[in-house]
Design a protein around this ligand. Structure first.
Ligand SMILES: Nc1ncnc2c1ncn2[C@@H]1O[C@H](COP(=O)(O)OP(=O)(O)OP(=O)(O)O)[C@@H](O)[C@H]1O
Ligand SMILES: [Mg+2]
Length: 505
């Protein structure tokens, strides 16, 4: 047997066919998910191992095994070890004819020798790129998973997995790679809508100079940039009559402020509604309008100018983290996300900011598939970027632990899916339906993935492939994640307060 041979193709009831074959394993090197190749008349067939079965004639009949083993282990009476064999099932990806890969149109021959596919071949087949983002390595091969940035982020990306399986960890690895890129290779800006403060720690690492953290409490929206249409979207509970009354008042304020070169605020609008609708007959419209505008004011979100000015913080090779973990008010979070998505896309269309990757953690909360409009205020702007963003270099990275609840319109636009461990059957089915090129065996494998193992599917890779995500270069834990640390800090703070009080007395 040649050194690199790992098996021989066998004839079974099901094959070999043009799409699958089985081979008897002759080397302990073969593993599920590994890529192998088999010579064919026009070149060779590239395939990957989908499952492995072990068999032994001596142990086929439960009754006999039980009977024999009552006295002595079967292996001591018979040469059982010599009869053991393993069979691998392989899925065909295509035929390499010289440099080109073609669809397989004729099965491999039974008896053909199977060898492990070499790295150079896989690199070509999986469209890996030496200048790409180094996200880990291919499972069971030593090949680094260097994925082309263009292929990964030209369109959109979805990172799907159950809680705790490594979505945020993977995203941090991706961010490190994007921040490490040389300007000559083309750099994007990275913007993170960080629901749980998981990326704030970048500020205390070697990337501190390339990181801006925007605390949501400091964040302000310039009220003059809000159009009546945006307000109507944010207030689905208001009637069209109410919003119709508001539009001319806003328009008048806008004109005046332009003439005076002075921004108008939410307070100005509230005062103007009071005076313009002083007529008692308008009370029915005025009261709910004022109640709603006051509720908006209580969010402390609107001001005269944007804080920060997005054009100033979003730049190539820079990470901007919007820390939403400080906000408890769900509606405020929705409004921030809605405004940011809309504004970022607008600025990008005008080329005022560089191409960007917008990471949306907990995307199912902001772009839910099924939810009342008032709980999905950011769904419109997110789906707009999903539909139109790629033409302008506006890329979404949607992260979700509940793919079923994520808007299908947005998910369907994600040309690459990175799937880590998922066990919920509804989510698995949903992933199967929304990702092209994923088969039943792969879906089954998703349930058994370990933390940090991922299936890459879609445009970024030539064919679905399992990747072991690399270790992070940075070490920081998510804000508020380390329980021991929080507990210690709580006690220390309390002790300090007590000391201060005693010192004061
Ligand atoms: N590739 C990896 N290598 C080493 N450790 C990892 C890897 N991926 C994840 N982990 C560890 O697993 C834990 C969970 O990871 P992470 O926080 O990224 O999960 P998550 O999917 O974002 O969860 P959640 O949905 O709760 O936000 C972390 O402690 C992280 O350090
Ligand atoms: Mg996370």
């Amino acid at each position: 047997m040649a050194e690199d041979e790992v098996g021989t193709v066998v004839s079974t009831l099901e094959g070999p066919t043009t799409i699958a074959f089985s081979f008897v394993i002759l080397s302990s090197k073969v593993r599920k998910g590994q890529f192998v190749k088999v010579p064919s008349p026009s070149g060779f067939v590239l395939a990957s191992v989908t499952e492995i079965t072990r068999a032994n004639r001596y142990f086929e009949r439960a009754e006999s095994v039980a009977e024999y083993e009552r006295n002595l282990p079967l292996s001591q009476s018979f040469p059982t070890g010599e009869w053991e064999y393993s069979v691998a099932n392989a899925r065909v990806h295509g035929v390499f004819e010289g440099e080109n890969i073609a669809r397989s149109t004729f099965p491999v021959a039974p008896g053909s020798k199977v060898v492990i596919a070499e790295d150079a071949l896989l690199k070509k087949f999986l469209l890996l790129d030496d200048n790409g983002l180094n996200l880990g390595h291919l499972q069971h091969h030593s090949l680094p998973a260097k994925i082309s940035m263009g292929r990964l982020l030209q369109k959109h990306l979805a990172i799907l997995a159950m809680s705790g399986s490594g979505k945020s960890y993977f995203t941090s690895v991706l961010i490190e790679e994007l921040l490490d890129r040389k300007a000559s290779d083309g750099r994007m800006a990275v913007v993170v809508l960080d629901s749980h403060g998981e990326y704030v720690g970048f500020k205390s690492t070697q990337y501190s100079k390339s990181t801006n953290v925007v605390g949501a409490k400091k964040f302000r929206i310039a009220f003059r940039k809000i159009t009546p249409q945006m307000l109507a979207e944010w207030a689905p509970e208001m009637s069209s009559t109410q919003m119709r009354e508001l539009a001319p008042i806003m328009e008048a304020l806008r004109k005046e402020s332009k003439e005076k070169h002075e921004a108008y605020t939410l307070e100005d609008l509230i005062a103007r509604v009071e005076t313009e609708m002083a007529d008692k007959k308008k009370d029915n419209v005025k009261r709910p309008l004022l109640a709603w505008l006051s509720e908006l004011r209580s969010l402390r979100l609107f001001g005269a100018t944007d804080v920060p000015k997005l054009e100033e913080v979003i730049s190539p090779g820079m990470l901007t983290v919007f820390d939403l973990s400080e906000i408890d008010h769900a509606k405020k979070k929705q409004l921030i996300v809605s405004y940011l998505c809309r504004r970022l896309f607008k600025l990008r269309k005008k080329e005022k900011i560089p191409p960007f990757a917008l990471v949306v953690e907990e995307a199912h909360n902001y772009a839910p598939e099924k939810a009342e409009k008032r709980h999905a205020l950011a769904k419109g702007p997110i789906t707009t970027i999903a539909r139109e963003g790629r033409k302008f270099g506006a890329c979404l990275c949607l992260i979700s632990q509940r793919p079923v609840q994520l808007a299908t319109t947005a998910l369907a636009q994600c040309n690459t899916n990175i799937i880590l461990r998922i066990t919920n059957p509804f989510d698995i089915d949903h992933v199967g339906e929304s990702c092209e090129g994923i088969d039943k065996a792969m879906l089954d494998s998703i349930t058994t993935l370990r933390v940090g193992e991922a299936l890459f599917v879609g445009e970024a890779v030539g064919s679905p492939v399992f990747v072991k995500i690399r270790k992070r270069k940075t070490t920081f834990s998510a804000k508020g994640k380390d329980l021991e640390l929080i507990a210690r800090k709580f006690e220390e703070d309390n002790a300090k307060k007590k000391e201060d009080v005693e010192a004061f007395l």
